[in-house]
Write a protein that binds this ligand. Structure first.
Ligand SMILES: Nc1ncnc2c1ncn2[C@@H]1O[C@H](COP(=O)(O)OP(=O)(O)OP(=O)(O)O)[C@@H](O)[C@H]1O
Ligand SMILES: [Mg+2]
Length: 272
């Protein structure tokens, strides 16, 4: 049996959904925390600039944000804020006026290049993207090493996740998009949701995006968000916490193998 060549773990990982409110920001925060707990150096970038979600979900009041970077007053490293308990850094979105979609494309490219550089200094940079499919969101998704497309079982979410995958296939012919099913009733239900999306992609796009993970619906997620705390601190034994930790492990451990590109299930690890 030939062993599959391992490709290094992705450094720049974007999280998108199309439909709003499916859980991207909460997931991005919790994934950042899970990776930090596993000893990784993580930067979480709030790419939903008009709404600046990450700092609000965490109850933080950053003195600097992406606006400082865009204005040339700070580098990304200088504008990043360390989460006091989480052990990961956050670059907050620009609150107030302006959104990424109105950002000059050249400035956006400059930000992406700086994020890529930052990813080289750390282990991983996560991009929490806004809902919708505007130009800037699409560009950030295409610029990442891996795109995690979040969907729930709701038909509108599935349709929007499909739209994201379709545009991504246009923007990055040999890209690496994977599906995260959130708010699933059970693991099996989440796998079925993924199978539905994968079938549509196979039929219409000729692609079969693999499943990156299923996160179960869990009331403790709402509780943690309401209290502006981290789920892995407040409810470490919850189902959703375990599910996000599992995504973090595979994200970091596997990177990508050429076998994944064919979207077959991972075979048992072959001896080195
Ligand atoms: N696994 C889960 N179990 C239960 N509730 C969840 C779960 N994931 C997310 N939620 C709920 O979904 C809400 C929306 O989450 P979040 O703000 O992270 O979504 P979003 O996709 O980032 O939204 P937007 O598109 O507006 O940026 C949360 O406030 C939480 O109540
Ligand atoms: Mg959000």
């Amino acid at each position: 049996m030939t062993s599959q060549p391992a490709i290094p773990a992705p450094r720049l990982v974007a999280i998108a959904s199309g439909k709003g409110g499916v859980g991207k920001t909460w997931f991005a925060i919790t994934l950042a925390h899970a990776l930090a707990r596993a000893g990784r150096r993580v930067l979480l970038f709030d790419g939903d600039l008009g709404l600046a979600n990450v700092d609000i979900q965490l109850g933080l009041t950053p003195s600097r944000d992406l606006g400082s970077v865009v204005a040339g007053r700070a580098s990304i490293a200088e504008a990043a804020l360390r989460h006091p308990e989480g052990g990961f850094d956050i670059l907050a979105g620009r609150s107030g006026s302006g959104t990424l979609s109105t950002l000059d494309p050249a400035v956006l490219e400059h930000i992406l290049a700086a994020l890529r550089q930052e990813a080289g200094r750390r282990d991983i940079v996560l991009l929490d993207l806004g809902a919708g499919l505007d130009r800037a969101t699409r560009r950030m998704a295409a610029a990442a090493d891996r795109l995690l497309v979040m969907a729930t079982e709701e038909p509108t979410s599935l349709t929007d996740a499909y739209a994201v995958l379709k545009l991504y296939a246009t923007d990055r012919a040999a890209g690496d998009a994977r599906v995260v099913v959130n708010q699933a009733g059970s693991r099996l239900a989440g796998e079925r949701t993924h199978a539905t999306l994968r079938r549509a992609c196979a039929t219409f796009l000729g692609q079969t995006p693999p499943l990156a993970g299923v996160i179960r619906r869990d009331d403790r997620v709402r509780d943690a968000i309401r209290r502006q705390t981290l789920l892995l601190t407040r409810h470490p034994a919850s189902a959703a916490a375990g599910d996000v930790e599992a995504v973090a492990r595979t994200l970091w451990a596997h990177g990508r193998t050429s076998q994944d590109d064919q979207s077959t299930p991972l075979s048992p690890a072959s001896p080195a």
